[in-house]
Design a protein around this ligand. Structure first.
Ligand code: AHR
Length: 487
């Protein structure tokens, strides 16, 4: 591996490490919130502490699909006056609107994060959406700021990021891109700048490789869009039959998931190329607003709650995906893994009062030093991992340099059988020393944390790196991720 410290791919925005909390399963209720002795929902301190340790650059809410079913007026005012509705999409459970705008913004304040609020285009009206925006942001005298004050909040929240619908091609309204582009123009016209807050308007983007969606929406509405929201999930199977198992998989399942995760590179390349036609200055962000692994939900868990375990395999698909984002920094500026707590590729799982950090949490932790650092260009040739009659590059990487001049190298060996030795040379830099080195690995491909053994799989000190003849020599065990800090 040759690193060129003079050549950069750009700054790694913290926003690429964003999160997502939908009213789905146990993400909100019994996730970020729990019931106290009086039966009222309160924010979980343990969950907030764990997430703050990781750092949450942004949090997307209230969906997902739920966003296009959500009427924000149901979630304000005295709790006893809030209507209950049916969460038709996710398990058919009763949503009593205990967590609404004020509660979500309290969580945002506790996490010290930035909100991304997604409005309802699918079943709501322009007036609804414009009123919500005014409720969130109007600093002076207005009908909605008056209502906000009556509900206990004088100051506006200054929400900047606003989604104009979600998956409008599917659960958000089954629209054609031509129709959505027109609706987008109409809805977003009524999101006005208030005080210092100018809306950053996020349009529904494509599903996976629906390049026509990107083409049509960019062509017809690109001039009014600030970010376009691509969704791509990694499955070992298919949407229509079986998505694949979270824990009980064989090496074929390991290989296929790695391959699907790597497909993100092709998606970002192709969608970016289309965006370049309409926005050569790269003003519009390509946002990966939903990504992560999606397995069959855990047996015995509530249908429609999308609760799944998380193994070393998930952790390495996450590091490979983050590496890919770092190769597309000129266009890809924000991403949200789905979803933070108890849903899909979660950071945290809870069981009553118990909670655990998943292996994916630890990937995000190992990648923390890269945030807001400069991504350095490199060339890497570390052999191939063969499986299922195909091959994949065995090692994936990110190299970055932070403001203090410290370089961090992250290397993922996706091969579950073979160790790899990577020799890293840094063009033009002579004296570097290893300052830190941590590894995430395990004997089993499906190693994971459980409520009885919450720290079974955590990063440990890594002894397999040294300098020899001016090169950093890294002995990467099979199926491992390491991050090494150099100065
Ligand atoms: O994250 C789960 C669901 O996946 C979201 O609600 C939706 O946007 C996507 O299809």
């Amino acid at each position: 591996m040759t690193v060129n410290p003079e050549e950069s791919n750009g700054t790694i925005s913290s926003h690429l490490y964003g999160h997502f909390a939908e009213h789905l399963g146990r993400g909100i209720y019994d996730g970020f919130w729990k019931k106290d002795a009086a039966g009222d929902y309160i924010i979980r301190d343990d969950v907030v502490a764990a997430m703050k340790e990781l750092g949450v650059p942004n949090l997307r809410w209230p969906g997902g699909c739920f966003a296009d079913y959500y009427f924000w007026e149901h979630g304000i005012g005295p709790k006893e006056d809030r209507p209950s509705v049916v969460n038709n999409l996710w398990g058919g459970v009763t949503e009593d609107n205990s967590v609404g705008t004020h509660e979500f913004m309290d969580l945002v304040a506790e996490l010290e994060t930035e909100p991304i609020v997604v409005g309802n285009v699918g079943s709501g009206t322009v007036e609804d959406m414009a009123n919500w925006w005014q409720y969130l942001n109007h600093p002076g005298e207005s009908p909605m700021s008056k209502l906000r004050a009556e509900n206990g909040r004088e100051e506006p929240w200054n929400v900047h990021f606003f989604g104009v619908g979600n998956e409008s091609w599917g659960c958000g309204g089954s629209m054609r891109p031509e129709y959505y582009a027109d609706l987008y123009r109409r809805f977003s016209t009524f999101l006005h700048a208030y005080g210092d807050v100018k809306p950053f308007r996020i349009a529904t983007g494509p599903a996976e490789d629906d390049y026509n969606w990107t083409e049509v929406v960019m062509e017809r509405a690109g001039d009014m869009i600030d970010g376009i929201d691509l969704h791509y999930y990694t499955l070992d199977g298919s949407w229509s039959t079986h998505k694949g198992q979270a824990v009980n998989f064989d090496e074929g399942g390991w290989f296929r998931l790695m391959k699907r995760a790597m497909f993100m590179d092709e998606l970002l390349t192709n969608h970016s190329a289309i965006m370049d036609e309409y926005d050569p200055e790269k003003r519009v962000w390509l946002i990966v607003g939903e990504w992560g692994t999606w397995h069959e939900q855990e047996e015995g868990s509530h249908p429609g709650f999308l609760y799944q375990q998380n193994t070393l395999r998930d952790a390495l698909t996450a590091s490979v995906t983050l590496d890919i984002f770092h190769q597309h920094l000129d266009r890809v500026k924000m991403a949200n893994i789905a979803q933070t707590i108890n849903v899909l590729q979660a950071m945290i799982l809870t069981d009553g009062e118990r909670m655990l950090r998943t292996p994916t949490y630890h990937t995000f932790d190992l990648y923390k030093p890269h945030r807001e650092a400069t991504a350095l260009a490199f060339e890497l040739e570390a052999g191939e991992y063969a499986g299922e009659g195909e091959t994949l590059p065995a090692v994936s990487a990110t190299v970055s340099k932070n403001e203090e001049g410290r370089i961090h190298v992250s290397l993922t060996n996706i091969d579950p059988n073979e160790a790899r030795t990577v020799e890293v040379s840094f063009d033009g830099i002579k004296k570097l020393k290893i300052k830190s080195a941590r590894i995430l690995t395990a004997e089993e491909m499906n190693a994971r944390n459980t409520f009885d053994a919450p720290d079974a799989l955590v990063p440990t000190e890594f002894e397999g790196a040294k300098f020899a003849k001016g090169k950093l020599v890294v002995s990467l065990p099979a199926k491992s991720l390491v991050t090494i800090g150099l100065e």
